[in-house]
Design a protein around this ligand. Sequence first.
Ligand SMILES: C[S@@+](CC[C@H](N)C(=O)[O-])C[C@H]1O[C@@H](n2cnc3c(N)ncnc32)[C@H](O)[C@@H]1O
Length: 462
Amino acid sequence: MALKKGQLVELEIDGIAFGGRGFCRVDGMATFIDGAVPHDRVLARITKKRKSHAEGKAIEILSPSPLRVTPRCRYSGICGGCKWQYLNYDDQLRFKQQHVIEALTHIALLEAVPVHPTLPSEKVFGYRNKMEFSCAKQRWLMPEELGDADVEKGMALGLHVPGTFHKVLDIEQCMLQPDMGNMILRDVRRFIKASPMPVYGLRSHEGFWRFLVLRHSVAEDQWMVNLVTSGEQPEQVHALSDSLRSGYPNIVSVINTIHTGKAGVAIGEYDMLLSGVPSLWERIGPFAFEISANSFFQTNTRGAERLYDTVAAYSGLSGTEQVLDLYCGTGTISIYLAGQAKKVVGMEMVESAVADARRNSFHNGINNCSFISGDIRRILPQLDMHPDVMIIDPPRAGMHADVVQQILATSPERIVYVSCNPATLARDLGLMKDAYDVMEVQPVDMFPHTYHIEAVARLLKS
Ligand SMILES: C[S@@+](CC[C@H](N)C(=O)[O-])C[C@H]1O[C@@H](n2cnc3c(N)ncnc32)[C@H](O)[C@@H]1O
């Protein structure tokens, strides 16, 4: 059967592709179906037809897969916050391991590398310590509300429909964050609805209220509320801040970030502290970290500990090694390893993260860590140490080819590569495989109910 765009077809789903979509072949043509899992029989609409593959969306589940479970969340299947809630957690872990294996096999042509079963997240709900909710002038309706003339179509404060910038679901409760976050979310929505200031239009770029960013410290059970607005309206934001602070003793910080630009991101030009303290304190293992409104911090605190324990084990440190921590962010891995190494040097591009890293080392009484700020591509060639061990934790895009060459020239005995993207991990390992043996890879689940996977690879110089 030759597939055509717009066509409705019945399909038997055989596998799952990276990105979370169901996979099958129709007359040999690779076909990716949104909203389907292996062993589903679905009625699907074909939305894209290319020479090499077709894409579609499950319209109806004709016969559900035994891997399906009833999602806890009413927005599951529509919301982009998480896309796999209807998939049994053990199978999520299995598919994540499989994605890492497939990337290593097909992209890096590394077939014999042991990829261990995915380490699960300690919590599978309420695990996120940071959530960003967007404002929109009109909420995106749920399927059951379509056709109801009386349904209220007013503003939304919530999460996006996957792949869209303007379709925002008005979320009452997100299961990925602790429940107090949901109470704060509902109170902020009530306030914004009653406020004389308009919600920011995602197409018109006019209006005031833009994002609500919630951060939670697991260690202290404290919250930071960041109100992102398009300008200053002190009376409004202080009134909201006062009402939140009097309603929730655990909110210790309320910030107002001003973002005048058009980009749909919850960061801005400057921050103002409305009430409380400017940062939260969090712990990973025995270490304390100060997190300000714009600091990068792993979003699953307990998962981060599991990840860093894997990094520590794979580093094989005995106390005598010089360690280079590339893409070190706020220095969390450097600090985690400092007690097991002679010296750790971290490199990171974002100046404020480097300032956080220095402050975090100081607060933890660590005096063998130092940090260099700048683009690694530029600063790595100027390195004046010979590292025994390199930790590499790049962003999703992986490393620039020049950086890979520089690492090969630096030639440490051991490398531990931490990655949130199996495809770029495999690409970069492929570039290093002549000089380094990939001994093993440990996937770690930091993001239950999403297809995202963190993986740690252990490399030894050949
Ligand atoms: C995945 S985060 C790793 C953070 C840290 N290792 C942790 O566990 O919290 C990647 C970091 O790389 C930094 N980064 C991205 N591109 C960079 C570059 N070209 N040079 C230096 N740092 C970069 C980002 O700012 C970010 O902090």
